[in-house]
Ligand binder design. Structure first.
Ligand code: ZN
Length: 266
């Protein structure tokens, strides 16, 4: 991979919630231990390019869904030197409420989205609550408005959007879920988002219960393995272990952000 400047990659934690571990696996969890779900947005950047990955929910959505809101995703980005109001490229892994929203904070952004995700979020399965539960209709409508405003960059399958940054359609969790593969100083890193909420979902072959297609989800784990240089460089979407396995880029960001283009502990 000569010639591509490696990217820095960060996870920014903006919300959290306590839950039972049985809620994280189809069929429950025999250990029945307490578990937490963290909520992240991610930042990918080098000298030439900056990508924000997902935009996260706001305080009102946190109240509605009873999540503990820690800080605005825009504030987290600001602490890493990125002005959300000037951000030009936002990758949306999918349109669930915890990955989109805050559109007002990204007035200049173009949104990278899979064709299948918008089709799914506006299609027949949304009349069944099992599939629609994690979408907010107002946000889906806002995304349709972004389409009409010419602000959505649609992708159909796998695509390289800059040297060393590519998007890969996985499906499974939602019909159009995509993951982000990034060239870094430690090799190819994959932001799996909700292709695997926790390390244990992909690591132990136990699917998460919010799912459009279980077989696609299972096949997706294998694709993640192929995309990453090392399985340790696959970063799950909601696992609190991410904040433990990686280090804050500086002491002031302890508990807020970690740098992912590094060797994880554990
Ligand atoms: Zn999610």
């Amino acid at each position: 991979m000569t010639g591509i400047a490696p990217y820095e990659v960060y996870a920014i934690r903006y919300a959290t919630v306590a839950r039972r571990s049985a809620e994280n696996f189809i069929g429950g969890d025999p250990h029945e231990s307490g578990a937490r779900m963290d909520y992240f947005v991610w930042l990918v950047r080098n000298a030439a390019h900056t990508f924000v990955v997902d935009t996260g929910f706001n305080e009102a959505a946190a109240r509605k869904r009873r999540r503990e809101f820690l800080r605005s995703p825009a504030e987290g980005l600001r602490l890493l030197g990125v002005d959300a109001s000037a951000a030009e490229h936002v990758i949306l892994t999918h349109l669930h409420y915890d990955h989109v929203g805050n559109f007002d904070l990204f007035p200049r952004a173009r949104f990278h989205l899979q064709d299948q995700e918008l089709a799914y979020a506006t299609g027949r399965y949304m009349s069944t609550e099992f599939f629609s539960y994690a979408y907010e209709v107002d946000e889906v409508v806002a995304m349709v408005r972004n389409v009409y405003a010419g602000r959505v960059e649609f992708h159909d399958g796998d695509v390289e959007i800059a040297p060393g940054v590519s998007l890969h359609l996985i499906g499974g969790h939602t019909k159009g879920l995509q993951v982000v593969r990034v060239w870094t100083r430690v090799g190819w890193l994959v932001l799996a988002s909700d292709a695997s909420h926790y390390y244990a979902n992909m690591g132990e072959g136990r699917p998460f219960p919010v799912v459009a297609n279980v077989m696609e989800m299972v096949d997706g784990w294998r694709r993640l393995q192929h995309l990453a240089s090392d399985p340790r460089h696959i970063v799950p979407g909601h696992d609190p272990l991410v904040m433990q396995r990686y280090r804050a880029p500086e002491p002031a960001l302890e508990g807020i952000a970690v740098r992912l283009d590094a060797q994880p502990s554990g």
